[in-house]
Design a protein around this ligand. Structure first.
Ligand code: PMV
Length: 321
């Protein structure tokens, strides 16, 4: 049995759209912060007595349909290890109740590490990142801690994540604001497909977001919080604009999500360093600094009747127990 822990991550420069569906090669590079407060623990046991894989999530045995994505992923590991044994997979999400952050990133990063370890594979962090990518693109980034870049690459070998050095002046915090904790109606896979296939803004998104990824690396090295924040908001807005221009158009944002972007601007006008971002759902994440985090959290909870949870940067995925 091998048990691994991987933390979730939130992208400052978003991944949206695939260049290759099967290999999960992204159309653009992305940059994220791994979060200390939210993680998944996954234990994998290959057992010759099993006649199929089993998948238990938060103590509940999952139906074969939900387990299919796990089995598909385990097939990659089995192929690589040259084994045919089925596995028992037990996963626990440690996300504060209804934080709306249940994430495939920490899930597939933990599964990649636990399953490859249990199968006797000794993968380098780069190999692990490439493997996790096959489960869910954003999982490639959760193999590493703190600030991470996922290079889009051009094939399976060149599309992986790695840690990004950042200026120590930047003492970053992320506040997850829960607007709605219901499952999203259009998952990221389908949403990306529709955007790539039909949005006239998609090519513009790719060009502009790739430029933003370069600019972000410079801003992180310089420790330039204003630029880091501005690029973060813009990458999110560009991503959401690309979905609004799809056919049929769709958006993950709700009125409250946009109100939170506005409120971040208002707080900035009052001297706080805080910037908003949002993923494939209405929840908003606020990027701020250790100096301002407590007060921003208080202000947001006071103004909106919402649950919010703060996190600092988290560590790389690792074997536990
Ligand atoms: O890893 P996926 O397929 O769930 O895609 C996640 C995409 C976003 O969360 C919207 C952006 C990102 O870069 O994490």
């Amino acid at each position: 049995m091998s048990k691994a822990r991987a933390h979730t991550n939130i992208a400052l420069i978003k991944y949206w759209g695939k260049a290759d569906q099967a290999l999960i090669l992204p159309a653009t590079s992305s940059i994220s912060m791994t979060l200390a407060a939210f993680y998944t623990d996954t234990a994998v046991t290959f057992d010759a007595a099993l006649t199929a894989d089993t998948f238990t999530l938060d103590g509940k045995l999952q139906a074969p349909q939900a387990a299919a994505r796990v089995t598909q992923f385990l097939d990659l590991v089995r192929q690589r290890a040259g084994i045919a044994t089925f596995a028992r997979v037990q996963s626990d999400n440690h996300v504060p109740t209804a934080a709306g952050l249940a994430s495939s990133a920490s899930a597939f990063a933990a599964l990649a590490l636990a399953a490859s370890n249990a199968a006797g594979l000794e993968l380098t962090p780069t190999e692990l990142s490439r493997l996790a990518r096959r489960g869910s693109g954003s999982a490639s980034r959760s193999i590493f801690g703190n600030m991470v870049i996922w290079h889009r690459g051009t094939d399976d070998g060149s599309s992986f994540a790695e840690p990004l050095p950042i200026n120590l002046k930047l003492d970053l915090r992320m506040i997850a604001v829960v607007v709605d904790d219901m499952p999203k109606s259009i998952g990221s896979r389908v949403g990306m497909q529709r955007t790539v296939a039909t949005s006239p803004y998609f090519p513009a998104w790719v060009t502009a977001n790739e430029a933003a990824a370069s600019a972000m690396q410079q801003a992180l090295t310089d420790g330039d919080m204003a630029t880091v924040g501005a690029l973060t908001e813009r990458s999110a807005m560009m991503m959401h604009a690309s979905t609004m221009a799809a056919n049929p158009p769709f958006t993950y944002l709700q009125p409250v999500s946009l109100a939170l972007f506005d409120y971040a601007a208002e707080l900035r006008a009052n001297g706080f360093q805080v910037y908003a971002t949002a993923d494939a759902g209405p929840n908003v994440k606020l990027l701020t600094t250790a100096r301002d985090a407590d007060r921003v959290l208080q202000q947001v909870q006071g103004k909106f009747n919402v649950k919010a949870v703060m996190s600092g940067p988290g560590p790389a995925a690792r074997i536990i127990d």
